[in-house]
Design a protein around this ligand. Structure first.
Ligand code: MSP
Length: 510
């Protein structure tokens, strides 16, 4: 007898890929993580119950070799590296709810349980594998996928011949079920071009894939044959289930799965949009509901990566520009779904235009004039201000953009409100006028815009949002307000102390 189950609050489960602990994180990794954090924060703002997961992918040959090069055991190595990811994310103000390491016992148990189910369901068999393997990809390639004869199409290094006894997953049996599933779930992979890429992999024909290794022992042991460990990708994908209680806490698992949002880079579409849904079907659970694919952060036209020299550390960048400007740049300048060039000129240009000249300028001129014309006490907003309409439109459009997973559009729209408010001030010139009702109305409305903007920028720049909130005399945190109600015009109460303070974003030269 099932009881009636309903949820008053929608749930939003968002994940990043788990990062290989081959080296310290670079800005390319930060790109995914900041996007996921912003979306998680947005969903908290609109009142959803959020679970935001990130972590580290610690097994496999790639990590074992990196450890060996350092003269360390794999576990010693990953014990050193995993905290560097966690710290990098804390430094970037990432508010993840969990941080999973694939070397944790909870994950080993989930992997063994999940793959045990697939085995029990008859989708695994044993055979000898001969193939061409790229270690940095942790993936076998068919000959016709190679470039320049024997090179991996991603890393452009020669692949290796491997031959071993493996267990195989009968992926070929899922060709039709996957096509049918995608047919009935048209929005499962966005953008559309990436969905088409996934579909063409499937339509191109699926071969059974090897899922275990005997050549290394750095991995999760196969429960029914202890000479084997699971291939790292099979182990890694399951992290998304481990963290929500798969195999341990069915009620919790069912509360969060399958309505997940996987954020991934475009190079791992095949794993997330072909293998992963097939594995889920084979284990008897639903495939993930949403995969959002983004492009690469490029430096000089090349993907920023661990195996190239062009990596930049998030900490270096934040030391130079500040945490929130780095977050803002990553969200605002690289449209989600496309590649984007990363450059010092790009980040500095965006900083000056949007942060110093617009947002920072608005706050400082309003605070200064409230100081000189209103004795430092904020007046009430004008209920008839034109800006009320602008704010309402901006809220509606920003909401649509955030909900569609398009932070760059949401921020572009939000800045329209800031620009229009600066323009109003330039027309009204309250700094030249005599104190009185007209000046109060203009400044009260500008303070109201700053209040609304503080809430709207929480996902992108949480610390800046908090600081503006505090300077205009508000208590608590903008992150604790709930949209859309909190952005209704007129929420700023007169009589609050407004603090001038140092410029939020001093203009940068060059
Ligand atoms: N460990 C696997 C993922 C397993 S998920 C079950 C992996 N790790 S990775 O560290 O190589 O890359 C993880 C993710 O980092 C990529 O999918 C992508 O989201 C992000 N990025 C790494 N370099 C990037 C750029 N240069 N630009 C944008 N994102 C980048 O693959």
């Amino acid at each position: 007898m099932g009881s009636v189950r309903y949820r008053a609050v929608p749930r939003y489960y968002i994940t990043t890929p788990i990062y290989y602990v081959k080296d310290a994180p670079h800005v390319g990794h930060a790109y995914t993580t900041v996007n996921a954090d912003a979306l998680a924060r947005w969903h908290r703002l609109i009142g959803d119950e959020v679970f935001f997961l990130t972590g580290t992918d610690e097994h496999g040959q790639k990590v074992a070799r990196a450890a060996e090069e350092q003269g360390l055991s794999p576990l010693e190595w990953t014990d050193q590296l995993a905290p560097r990811f966690a710290e990098a994310w804390a430094d970037l103000d990432i508010a993840n709810d969990d941080f999973i390491r694939t070397t944790e016992p909870r994950h080993r148990d989930a992997v063994q349980h999940f793959l045990g189910r697939i085995n029990d369901n008859g989708h695994i068999f044993k055979d000898t594998y001969r193939g061409l393997y790229c270690v940095p990809c942790e993936q076998y390639y068919a000959e016709d996928e190679l470039v320049d004869g024997d090179r991996c199409p991603i890393h452009r290094i020669p692949v290796e011949h491997l031959e071993e006894e493996n267990y195989f997953f009968r992926l070929s049996a899922f060709e039709q079920p996957l096509l049918e599933w995608y047919e009935s779930h048209p929005g499962a992979v966005v953008p559309e071009s990436k969905r088409n890429e996934a579909l063409s992999f499937i339509k191109g024909g699926l071969r059974d894939i090897s899922i275990t290794r005997t050549s290394i022992d750095w991995g999760v042991q196969v429960p029914w044959d202890e000479r084997h460990v699971f291939y790292v990708w099979y182990d890694a994908l399951i992290n998304y289930l481990t963290a929500i209680g798969y195999g341990r806490d069915e009620e919790r698992f069912e509360a969060w799965w399958p309505a997940v949002h996987h954020l991934i880079g475009k190079e791992i579409i095949r794993f997330h949009c072909v293998w992963w849904p097939a594995m889920c079907m084979a284990a008897g659970i639903d495939p993930p509901a949403h995969v959002q694919v983004h492009g690469w952060l490029l430096l000089g036209g090349e993907k920023m990566s661990n195996s190239s020299v062009n990596q930049i550390s998030p900490a270096d960048l934040s030391a130079e520009y500040g945490v929130d400007p780095v977050r803002y740049h990553l969200l605002r300048d690289i449209p989600f779904g496309s590649d984007g060039e990363f450059s010092a000129e790009g980040i500095a240009g965006r900083y000056n235009a949007d942060l110093a000249n617009n947002l920072g300028n608005l706050l400082s001129r309003v605070a200064t004039v409230v100081g000189s014309k209103c004795g430092g006490t904020g007046p009430a907003p004008d209920p008839t201000s034109r800006l009320a309409g602008v704010a309402a439109t901006v809220l509606a459009e920003a909401t649509e953009a955030w909900n569609a997973g398009q932070p760059h559009l949401a921020l572009e729209v939000t800045w329209r409100l800031i620009r229009e408010t600066n323009a109003e001030l330039e027309i009204a010139e309250p700094w030249k006028a005599e104190p009185g009702a007209a000046v109060d109305a203009v400044l009260g409305s500008a303070l109201e815009v700053l209040r609304i903007v503080s809430i709207l920028i929480v996902p992108a720049m949480p610390a800046t949002a908090q600081e503006i909130w505090r300077r205009i005399g508000l208590e608590g945190s903008p992150a604790d307000r709930r949209l859309p109600g909190a952005a209704g015009w007129g929420g700023y109460e007169a009589g609050r102390p407004v603090e001038k303070g140092a410029p939020l974003f001093p203009r940068r030269r060059g």
